[in-house]
Write a protein that binds this ligand. Structure first.
Ligand code: MN
Length: 194
C-alpha cells in the first residue's frame, strides 16, 4: 500500500489521537522502519524531520512492551526518497546487506519535531501498518564516551501496547510491508524494488 493509499484508508478507519489525550500534533510526516541484514541484523527507525529522514539503528528492533526500552543509535540522515527502498546493497558500499521495508506510515509529533529532536526528547504517535499508538524517543545523557548518539525507543502505555511475553511483533510480523517478501526472498531476487 502506498503512503497515499494509506492516508486515504486511515482517514475513515483510524482515530487520529491516542485515547484520553488532547494533543496538538504536527501532521503529515513519513516514518519508515527498514529491517537491515548487514554485518548484524538491526532495524533502522527513520522519522521525517526538516525534509530528511532522521535515523536511528535499533539493534533489537522495536517492542510494543512499554517496559522494553530499546537502544536506538543515531546514525546519518537519509534522504526521504530512501524511505521507499527495499533490496540489496553491495557489501562494499555503505549499509551493505539486505534491506526490507518492514513498516511505513505517518508519524505525528507532539510539539515541534525539530525542537524535540534537538532537546533529545521526541513524543509522537505512529500510524504504520505494524506500529501504532504513542512512542517516545529519549536521548540518553551522562554516558561517558557515548556522545549523544544513544537514544532509547520506548512504547507508551496505551491501547496499542502489548506485553513482550504475550506478543513479539518482530517474530509475529517478519515480512516486508511493501512486497510481503522475507529477507531471504529479497536476497534471492535481482529486481530490487525502490
Ligand atoms: Mn542500517
Amino acid at each position: 500500500m502506498s503512503l497515499k493509499e494509506y492516508r486515504a484508508k486511515r482517514s475513515f478507519d483510524r482515530t487520529p489521537e491516542p485515547e484520553g489525550e488532547s494533543i496538538h500534533y504536527h501532521p503529515g510526516c513519513l516514518f519508515v522502519i527498514q529491517k537491515h541484514a548487514a554485518r548484524r541484523l538491526h532495524y533502522d527507525f527513520r522519522l521525517e524531520i526538516g525534509g530528511v529522514l532522521k535515523s536511528w539503528a535499533v539493534p533489537k528492533g522495536p517492542s510494543l512492551d512499554p517496559s522494553e526500552k530499546r537502544l536506538a543509535v543515531l546514525v546519518e540522515d537519509h534522504p526521504v526518497e530512501y524511505g521507499s527502498f527495499e533490496g540489496t546493497i553491495p557489501h562494499d558500499e555503505y549499509g551493505g546487506g539486505i534491506v526490507m521495508l518492514w513498516d511505513r506510515g505517518e508519524w505525528l509529533s507532539e510539539g515541534n519535531p525539530q525542537e524535540g529532536y534537538e532537546r533529545g526528547r521526541l513524543t509522537f504517535a505512529l500510524y504504520g501498518a505494524k506500529l501504532r499508538g504513542g512512542w517516545t524517543l529519549l536521548r540518553m545523557v551522562g554516558k561517558a564516551g557515548a556522545g549523544d548518539k544513544n537514544w532509547l525507543l520506548i512504547k507508551r502505555s496505551d491501547h496499542e501496547a502489548r506485553s513482550h511475553q504475550e506478543f513479539d511483533i518482530l517474530a509475529a510480523m517478519p515480512l516486508s510491508v511493501k512486497t510481503g517478501r522475507s529477507l531471504e526472498q529479497i536476497a534471492g531476487e535481482k529486481d530490487n524494488s525502490s
